[in-house]
Design a protein around this ligand. Structure first.
Ligand SMILES: *[C@@H]1O[C@H](CO)[C@@H](O)[C@H](O)[C@H]1NC(C)=O
Ligand SMILES: *[C@@H]1O[C@H](CO)[C@@H](O)[C@H](O)[C@H]1NC(C)=O
Ligand SMILES: *[C@@H]1O[C@H](CO)[C@@H](O)[C@H](O)[C@H]1NC(C)=O
Ligand SMILES: *[C@@H]1O[C@H](CO)[C@@H](O)[C@H](O)[C@H]1NC(C)=O
Ligand SMILES: *[C@@H]1O[C@H](CO)[C@@H](O)[C@H](O)[C@H]1NC(C)=O
Ligand SMILES: *[C@@H]1O[C@H](CO)[C@@H](O)[C@H](O)[C@H]1NC(C)=O
Ligand SMILES: *[C@@H]1O[C@H](CO)[C@@H](O)[C@H](O)[C@H]1NC(C)=O
Ligand SMILES: *[C@@H]1O[C@H](CO)[C@@H](O)[C@H](O)[C@H]1NC(C)=O
Ligand SMILES: *[C@@H]1O[C@H](CO)[C@@H](O)[C@H](O)[C@H]1NC(C)=O
Ligand SMILES: *[C@@H]1O[C@H](CO)[C@@H](O)[C@H](O)[C@H]1NC(C)=O
Ligand SMILES: *[C@@H]1O[C@H](CO)[C@@H](O)[C@H](O)[C@H]1NC(C)=O
Ligand SMILES: *[C@@H]1O[C@H](CO)[C@@H](O)[C@H](O)[C@H]1NC(C)=O
Length: 595
């Protein structure tokens, strides 16, 4: 045991010495450490026992709490029976796609192995979440909130809230991810979810016909008269949700890392993968508790009644339980105009500071010339090679086995193709590893055209984009006349309504390879994704971080991967590994100070 510890200590110090030679040393910025054990536990959120994915025994997982410029270290232990990768939705991983945790950037962590992510949350603030990126695992859990606080010296455009509350909402099936995968592999639709969970819990029994006895529900405890920041993430599979709190205004303050013009909403549509912060003042008379509701959107409410999440807002001086009907949802099943207008009403507060003291609004994105246009179209799933697949511009992404930058650095040929078309082509759909050859420092316009029947969310890793426009019908160059060129919100996940388009502008200043995908989990699983490969042609080790020294190898490079020695990892007690980490931090601090 002692010998093993000494061995590990030596290994850690060797790693630190190697790190010295690379760019891992981030000028003395503080570190935050997390040890994540990912395993199955049994839970019954909807009254039916099922295996869910927990992090450190918790479902949802524990929040990651970081501050701008922190170095975040997360040692992920895969205690599942299948490969695993954690990804960090909306966290930008600047210059460091090596830590992004999707198959195009990382080899999967095999069962019973662990792998340590390390990245700096450089110049970022805001509300994000983490989740498992492989094999539909998010349908079984593994997610949690990830928020980045502002540094104390940076002003925030609102008074310090009385509390910071995290809420995950999402549709849920009582079947686990392996069963759902089997359905998709057989060409089936997942059908109507069994419910909506709020913080991993089922609905409060607001109606005893619709909600069975014995369901554990979430209670948010607050004090009368105070204002709280409530961060809400839709971590679900494919259902757009309408979020509302009975009798309370939602003052929207932030979306995925950017402060908004603060406005009151009585309810807000939150699509899969989106995050928002609301400031909510407890200004009611506490005659009872109040309902917190997340209900399925754009569906026939009378058929989808059970797909409704209900939690309880409990004032400390509350005089009784919530009762009566839920607050009304918007009533526009056939017309998405209201929802689109609501999305377009979310604007950026250009005079609020973000992570840095200079105003975010000083970036005049509306005056920058666009260098490349990508029109990315999605259609309903099709049969390709005998299998039901989903596509972007006629290409279904699949079977990437060697991460893209790892293949580049090791001269692996044929791991991927740089030929993703910049507009939909009238070609036979195919399955391919087709990646966008994007230009470093370019300023690109991406049009997401949804020729499908349901709302889809599109997400770009590594970046935030300016959401400049949305409209019904097919996008044309004339659509640009309606773009918001002044105060468009910046975010990383946008909804695209069916039969409609969404336009975003992105400044390609973050080198690496970045996943562009549908957040709707079923479609993503069926191949609705690609990557942007962005490499500085004059790369000299300054713009993009090098291969991390703990990199895992797989695919064409599998022979380079050594078997992981579990004995040392598992036999060290928590206490001594914490000691090792402290020593490592001390070493880093020393090294960074004298550099
Ligand atoms: C998922 O559910 C199937 C049955 O539907 C079961 O056979 C399997 O063991 C479950 N997997 C996990 C990890 O719980
Ligand atoms: C997050 O971390 C900050 C700084 O360490 C601390 O002040 C704050 O209380 C933490 N918040 C939560 C919710 O843990
Ligand atoms: C696995 O975890 C151990 C500590 O439990 C750590 O020393 C080791 O560096 C980790 N391995 C990787 C590849 O991150
Ligand atoms: C915008 O930010 C400024 C600076 O923090 C703040 O004073 C102002 O109230 C904010 N405006 C809105 C509408 O949110
Ligand atoms: C409960 O829901 C059922 C089914 O929608 C409805 O018929 C009934 O009126 C509801 N009960 C109450 C007390 O609202
Ligand atoms: C929101 O509404 C409340 C009460 O209706 C009002 O007091 C508050 O000033 C409003 N806030 C904003 C930002 O409009
Ligand atoms: C509290 O507010 C509710 C709804 O606004 C109202 O019906 C009720 O009479 C109020 N109760 C008290 C004690 O003021
Ligand atoms: C919703 O479904 C019910 C039951 O099938 C049906 O009677 C009703 O017409 C549907 N409503 C709409 C708006 O399609
Ligand atoms: C944008 O392009 C136009 C011509 O197409 C040119 O006149 C203008 O200077 C360019 N603007 C910038 C900021 O480069
Ligand atoms: C991926 O590769 C496997 C094994 O080579 C093959 O069976 C499968 O059909 C491929 N999937 C796609 C979508 O091409
Ligand atoms: C990618 O784009 C660059 C120009 O930005 C070009 O030089 C290069 O040949 C392209 N690569 C491929 C494989 O098309
Ligand atoms: C899909 O495209 C076809 C052909 O352009 C059009 O007729 C149809 O209305 C579109 N459907 C949707 C949902 O966008």
């Amino acid at each position: 045991m002692a010998a093993l510890s000494r061995f590990s200590l030596f290994t850690l110090f060797s790693l630190a010495c190697i790190a010295l030679l690379s760019t891992l040393c981030s000028a003395g910025d503080p570190y935050v450490f997390y040890d994540f054990r990912v395993s199955y536990i049994t839970a019954s959120p909807l009254g039916v026992p099922q295996q869910v994915i927990a992090v450190n025994g918790k479902f949802p997982g524990p929040p990651i709490n970081a501050t701008t410029n922190n170095n975040v270290v997360v040692n992920v232990h895969n205690e599942l029976d299948e490969n695993f990768l954690m990804t960090w939705s909306g966290v930008q991983m600047r210059r460091n796609s090596w830590q992004d945790g999707v198959l195009g950037t990382n080899c999967p962590i095999p069962p019973s192995w662990n792998w340590t992510y390390q990245f700096q949350v450089k110049d970022q603030i805001g509300s994000f979440f983490y989740f498992p990126s492989l094999n539909l695992q998010r349908a079984s859990g593994g997610f949690g909130s990830f928020h980045i606080n502002n540094r104390a010296e940076i002003n925030v455009p609102f008074n310090l809230p009385a509390g910071d509350i995290f809420i995950t909402i999402g549709d849920w099936y009582t079947q686990n991810h392996t069963a759902l995968r089997t359905a998709l592999d057989a060409g089936k639709d997942l059908g109507m979810p069994d419910g909506v969970l709020i913080n991993g819990k089922g609905p409060y029994q607001y109606n005893n016909t619709l909600v069975p006895d014995g369901i554990q529900y979430e209670t948010i405890n607050v004090d009368s008269g105070k204002t709280y920041r409530i961060r809400v993430h839709n971590v679900g599979i494919s259902t757009s949700l309408n979020f509302r709190i009975q009798n309370h205004n939602l003052v929207l303050a932030e979306t995925e890392g950017y402060y908004t013009m603060q406005q009151n909403y009585t309810n807000l549509d939150i699509h899969v993968g989106q995050s928002y912060s609301f400031l909510i003042t407890m200004d009611q008379n506490a005659s009872s508790d109040y309902y917190i509701v997340a209900s399925a959107r754009f569906v026939n409410e009378s058929l989808w009644q059970r797909v409704t999440g209900v939690a309880v807002l409990h004032y400390s001086n509350s005089k009784g339980p919530a009762s009566g009907p839920l607050p009304d949802p918007p009533n526009d099943f056939y017309d998405k105009t209201w929802s689109m207008n609501q999305a377009l009403s979310i604007r950026q507060n250009g005079s609020a500071s973000g992570a840095r003291p200079n105003p975010q609004g000083s970036f005049h994105y509306g005056q920058i010339n666009v260098t490349d246009l990508y029109v990315i179209k999605t259609v309903p799933p099709q049969i390709i090679g005998g299998k039901l697949r989903a596509t972007l511009n006629g290409i279904s992404f699949a079977n990437l086995t060697t991460p893209i930058r790892l293949a580049d650095k090791n001269n692996v040929r044929g791991a991927y193709k740089l030929d993703f078309p910049n507009k939909p082509l009238n070609r036979t759909p195919r399955t391919d590893i087709s990646v966008i050859n994007a230009t470093y420092k370019g300023f690109i316009e991406i049009i997401f055209q949804n020729n499908n029947t349901a709302v889809q969310s599109f997400h770009l890793d590594g970046y935030s984009f300016f959401l400049v426009g949305m409209g019904f019908g097919d996008w044309t160059e004339n659509s640009r006349s309606a773009y918001n060129k002044w105060d468009a919100i910046t975010r990383s996940t946008t909804q695209v309504f069916p039969g409609a388009w969404t336009a975003v502008l992105v400044s390609l200043d973050n080198p690496g390879v970045w996943n562009l995908r549908t957040q709707n989990l079923d479609r993503w699983y069926l191949g609705q994704e690609t990557y942007l490969r962005i490499v500085n042609p004059e790369e000299s080790g300054e713009t993009e971080f090098g291969v991390p020294n703990n990199v895992l190898y797989c695919g064409a490079l599998a022979s380079r991967q050594q078997e992981q020695k579990h004995s040392s990892a598992t036999s060290i007690s928590r206490g001594s590994s914490r000691l090792l980490i402290s020593l490592l931090v001390a070493f880093f601090t020393l090294v960074c100070t004298f550099r």
